[in-house]
Ligand binder design. Structure first.
Ligand SMILES: *[C@@H]1O[C@H](CO)[C@@H](O)[C@H](O)[C@H]1NC(C)=O
Ligand SMILES: *[C@@H]1O[C@H](CO)[C@@H](O)[C@H](O)[C@H]1NC(C)=O
Ligand SMILES: *[C@@H]1O[C@H](CO)[C@@H](O)[C@H](O)[C@H]1NC(C)=O
Ligand SMILES: *[C@@H]1O[C@H](CO)[C@@H](O)[C@H](O)[C@H]1NC(C)=O
Ligand SMILES: *[C@@H]1O[C@H](CO)[C@@H](O)[C@H](O)[C@H]1NC(C)=O
Ligand SMILES: *[C@@H]1O[C@H](CO)[C@@H](O)[C@H](O)[C@H]1NC(C)=O
Length: 502
């Protein structure tokens, strides 16, 4: 690989080298994650080992038996904790990433056929190296406690598909990141499916009270208390090397500790009723879960709303990917650059305040800025994206929308219209290179803004969209640099950012 690719690789490489020399000459070795983002320093806030008494409370919905491990008894897991070895391993990974940044180069792994380069990355060297270190070293332990459908089982298609696909990949026999023993693990995965909980536990929903998050909170709290009582791993880090993945939007409200009020997301009613029947304007009382318990816990979430308790330094923004039944993505109907007659395209219901504004201004009004609440039957959504230069991606009931990923798949430059949304993989990717961000207040100016982008700039953005695509593609089994690797890499970065105290 090295031989054949080095011809093209070298000139670009030297150019990058120069650019990086200029931009990172002030590099401080204590802050390597700064090269990805304005990220926290090496050592995250000291974990506080003063513990409070856990409050386990089970109601009729949860039975203690659901936490009994089925196939694998706790007894088979021997006590041979070796956090020092894990920390040494992580130290080597940190050193390699630092070296890549300082030397403006990386150690090419033989098997890699793809090397990130170019401006879509905040720092391509650092990213390549930390991804390589992850592939080389990372071991994830997926807790085995609990039984489907609430645990070990998530949705594999539709709007929350990424939740189930990720979990399924982690649990798959072929998953190369799978730790054979939890003592090997750098990171611990709690295979809870919030979508599953909402689907199976929150039934029937007849009154607003039925939306109360208590049951979800108790379920997660009980799960954590169970594994924390059984194994040493949770307590030794206070959960800082533990994560869960949820595309369903209930997690934020359930495990926050600084937001006093919580919305009912009407999305939920869609899920539960299969229609757009709305909840209520008044939020039900949310009894907050034990805040200490969730203080360091990594939540990988589609609903990365920073004004709702999403913590960019600890949590991870998960892309929402709509999967048709039995497919890993939409058909590829993207057209070439010169075959995109539509300037901007959107079709979707007026969910949430942003889309209401968008539809109010643009619905069925302009042939270049095509905004529809409903597409005519003979118009194909995916095809329309493939024929448009820009695809509008306004937030709906929650900040994330499957449109960002759909646009990228269709070679259509995403136009992000949102407030307080932390975009996926922004530790690594520079979204402003391949997307346009339009503040909600400038929705009336969309046409002027997009028309004002010169062809040459559009051409570059379009090319970058095509290049960034691989990071949003879903493969089963997962492949290097694809969306599952990107999600894991985001968690890996956070793990690199703190040390277990011995
Ligand atoms: C740890 O928690 C205890 C009790 O909540 C508090 O008094 C103490 O200041 C905390 N220590 C640190 C380092 O945060
Ligand atoms: C960068 O590393 C590669 C091997 O990974 C090596 O072949 C190349 O010479 C290095 N380039 C520089 C400028 O050091
Ligand atoms: C990201 O791209 C923008 C231009 O689109 C540029 O101004 C900015 O410096 C870039 N940020 C990084 C970290 O490379
Ligand atoms: C972890 O801490 C909790 C709360 O203090 C305690 O009940 C549990 O026994 C601890 N787990 C282990 C394995 O010591
Ligand atoms: C759009 O057309 C493609 C290819 O003809 C097809 O596979 C897809 O299902 C269509 N999408 C919709 C939403 O009808
Ligand atoms: C983000 O959270 C804030 C605070 O709860 C809320 O007002 C806003 O509607 C949320 N954004 C979206 C798009 O849901």
């Amino acid at each position: 690989m090295v031989g054949t690719s080095s011809f093209h690789f070298f000139p670009v490489f030297l150019l990058l080298l120069l650019l990086l020399l200029l931009s990172f000459s002030h590099f401080n070795s204590n802050q390597f994650t700064q090269v990805f983002t304005s990220f926290s320093p090496f050592r995250r806030e000291e974990t506080n080992h003063t513990t409070t008494t856990p409050q386990v409370s089970l109601d009729g919905v949860l039975s203690t038996s659901m936490y009994k491990s089925t196939k694998h008894k706790a007894a088979t897991i021997k006590k041979k904790s070796n956090p020092e070895r894990i920390e040494q391993d992580l130290a080597k990974a940190r050193a390699a990433v630092l070296k890549a940044v300082q030397q403006q180069n990386f150690t090419l792994e033989k098997q890699d056929t793809f090397v990130p380069r170019g401006s879509i990355y905040r720092n391509a060297y650092a990213f390549y190296q930390s991804h390589a270190e992850m592939v080389k070293r990372l071991k994830v332990w997926t807790y085995r406690e609990g039984e489907p459908p609430l645990v070990h089982n998530g949705p594999l298609n539709n709007i929350y598909a990424i939740e189930g696909q990720f979990m399924d990949e982690m649990e798959s026999k072929e998953n190369p990141f799978k730790a054979r023993h939890p003592d090997q693990a750098h990171i611990f995965f709690l295979p809870l499916s919030v979508t599953g909980v909402v689907h199976y536990v929150y039934k029937p929903i007849t009154t607003v009270r039925d939306y109360s998050r208590d049951r979800l909170q108790r379920l997660v709290t009980d799960y954590i208390n169970t594994v924390a009582a059984k194994y040493p791993y949770w307590n030794r880090s206070r959960g800082a090397d533990h994560f869960m993945v949820s595309c369903h939007d209930w997690v934020l409200c359930s495990f926050v500790f600084e937001v006093s009020e919580c919305r009912i997301l009407r999305h939920t009613s869609e899920l539960c009723f299969g229609s757009d029947r709305s909840g209520s304007e008044t939020a039900p009382e949310v009894s907050h879960a034990n805040p200490q318990l969730f203080k360091y816990f990594i939540r990988v979430l589609c609903n990365a709303n920073t004004s709702e308790g999403f913590r960019p330094k600890i949590d991870v923004s998960l892309p929402e990917i709509y999967l048709p039944f039995g497919k890993l993505g939409p058909p590829d109907l993207s057209r070439g650059l010169n075959n995109r007659p539509v300037l901007a395209f959107f079709a979707g219901s007026p969910h949430g305040y942003i889309r209401k504004i968008l539809l109010e201004y643009w619905k069925d009004k302009d042939s270049e800025v095509q905004v529809h609440a409903q597409l005519p039957k003979d118009v194909n959504y995916t095809k329309m994206m493939g024929q448009s230069k820009f695809c509008l991606c306004p937030s709906g009931f929650e900040v994330a929308s499957p449109r960002e990923v759909e646009a990228i798949y269709a070679g259509c430059v995403p136009v992000i219209i949102s407030d307080n949304y932390k975009l996926p993989f922004s530790d690594v990717l520079n979204w402003s290179q391949f997307s346009v961000q339009v503040p909600v207040g400038k929705i009336p100016e969309i046409k002027t803004i997009l028309q004002g982008i010169p062809d040459s700039k559009y051409l570059k953005m379009h090319k970058r969209v095509k290049r960034v695509r691989r990071h949003f593609e879903l493969n089963r089994p997962a492949k290097p640099f694809d969306v599952i690797h990107m999600v894991l890499h985001s968690v890996w970065l956070r793990r690199l950012n703190f040390r277990l105290s011995p």
